[in-house]
Ligand binder design. Structure first.
Ligand code: SAM
Length: 439
């Protein structure tokens, strides 16, 4: 009997890309291919790329270079490149990478299996970078979700914002909101497959609008789905947070009390140059509104340090916002000039070493704060949805506030919601003891 062909996917970047890879993996499996553990064992290797920062793009180029060597040893190997770098660079990418067989953009991932066949049949590169293609063409039934409890469901693609630093509108195009019925159908389908948590995805997910249904309306529709235990979403943009969204966070029982809300900078001059559409005070007012309506809301954020022209005083304004708000999580980045963005015209004048120092300062502050925040959780009893096995007799999961909890337990706990007494705390996670299974 002929052995099944195998594939391996390497993913760079955000949850959107992770979800895209889950779709491609599922599609390939539905066509009879089998997942391999490593690129070296695969007949087809797919690199799903991220263009948001130069570091991610550089990691991709490094992986692509390694595949060149692998292909010279094994000429039958097929190589695919997809996602944001592919969309951004287009066929120019092929000039430098003659070993690539398949090139797809952000909207044409569903074509991967056909393009592998086409490349095999013609011996030429098979390319589809059509931006107007249906980005939602891969059916939920085949998606190979990587997490045993949490399924990603895309609510909207693309972005209509014009942030000066951000390449996403160029790679993923303008906003496309999925009809709410499609989203509800997909959530029902993932729940029927046994997933109890759903994370709705979109670059600015809370800008969602389809006909009369706004984001709060969408949350209400999904929240009503029988069998769903937890509902999350990411990423939200401060400009689209209002009382209706805050009330949805408070009132809808399955919506978790956690929000990721990037502020990027605490300096009004920098925010204006970034074209973020809000001032520091407006951001802080939004946080106040949320905290007023949603008691105990956990918040995380993104910041960029070393944006063009950022002075020490402006950087300190970012630090002040971090200190003032007390976020539960922080993703901090050094500014990275990206092709085709408005900020590219500004001098990238904060020296790399200084960017790294600022990054270290915000991260060190955050780690200290998170440790204190987590220590205050000791003694509490939390619901933990167990999602992974850490090692022999050890598992971990998340609280509704998205805090990671490690505990002793058997792999049989994965997929279960359990009550856990918090017994220890570090900056990045809690430690707990099983109190009693919830179900
Ligand atoms: N769409 C979301 C938003 O508008 O907030 C976030 C998308 S982006 C993939 C995630 C984070 O990467 C951003 O919030 C920002 O902090 C960071 N980022 C984006 N472009 C960057 C750049 N050129 N340099 C450094 N960080 C960047």
């Amino acid at each position: 009997m002929k052995e099944k062909k195998t594939f391996y996917i390497q993913t760079f970047g955000c949850q959107m890309n992770v979800n895209d890879s889950e779709r491609v993996a599922g599609l390939l499996q539905s066509r009879g291919l089998q997942a391999a553990q490593a690129a070296a064992d695969a007949d087809f290797v797919f690199l799903n790329t991220c263009a948001v920062r130069e570091k991610a793009a550089a990691k991709f180029r490094h992986s692509l270079g390694r595949l060149r060597r692998l292909k010279s040893e094994r000429p039958g190997l097929r190589i695919g490149v997809g996602g944001c770098v592919a969309q951004l660079e287009g066929e120019a990418l092929l000039e430098r990478a003659k070993h690539v067989d398949v090139l797809v953009g952000t909207h044409t991932l569903h074509r991967v299996p056909d393009l592998i066949e086409e490349a095999g049949a013609t011996g030429k590169v098979a390319v589809d970078l059509d931006r107007k293609a249906d980005a939602f063409a891969i059916p939920e039934a085949v998606v190979a979700h990587g997490n045993p409890v949490r399924a990603f469901v895309t609510a909207m693609e693309g972005c209509n914002h014009v942030c000066s630093f951000c390449v996403v509108p160029r790679t993923r195009g303008p906003e496309v909101n999925r009809p709410p019925d499609d989203i509800v159908r997909e959530v029902r389908a993932v729940v029927a497959r046994g997933f109890t948590e759903v994370m709705l995805l979109g670059q600015t997910v809370n800008a969602y609008r389809h006909g009369d249904v706004d984001f709060a309306g969408l949350l209400a529709l999904v929240d009503g789905i029988e069998g769903l235990r937890r509902l999350r979403f990411t990423t939200s943009h401060p400009e689209h947070v209002g009382p209706r969204m805050a009330d949805a966070l408070r009132e809808l029982p399955r919506v978790c009390p956690y929000l990721h809300l990037p502020f990027q900078s605490g300096s009004d001059r920098v925010l204006a140059s970034m074209r973020r559409g809000y001032t520091r005070q407006q951001y802080l007012d939004t946080i106040a509104l949320l905290r007023d309506r949603v008691v105990g809301l956990a918040l995380s954020t993104d910041v960029i340090v070393g944006y063009p022209g950022e002075t020490e005083a402006e950087f300190e304004e970012t630090l002040r916002v971090l200190e003032g708000v007390g976020f539960d999580g922080l993703f901090a980045f050094t500014y990275s000039p990206r092709p085709g963005t408005a900020a590219l015209r500004l001098p990238d004048d904060v020296p790399e070493e200084e960017k790294r120092r600022r990054l270290h300062v915000v991260n060190a502050h955050q780690q200290q704060w998170q440790r204190r925040r987590h220590e205050a959780c000791i003694g509490r009893v939390e619901e933990v949805l167990v999602e992974s096995v850490d090692g022999e007799g050890r598992v971990s999961g998340r609280t509704p506030h998205f805090r990671i909890v490690h505990l002793d337990g058997s792999p049989a706990l994965v997929g279960h919601a359990v009550t856990v007494e918090i017994t220890g705390a570090g900056p990045n996670a809690l430690r707990g003891r099983l109190a009693q299974p919830i179900h």
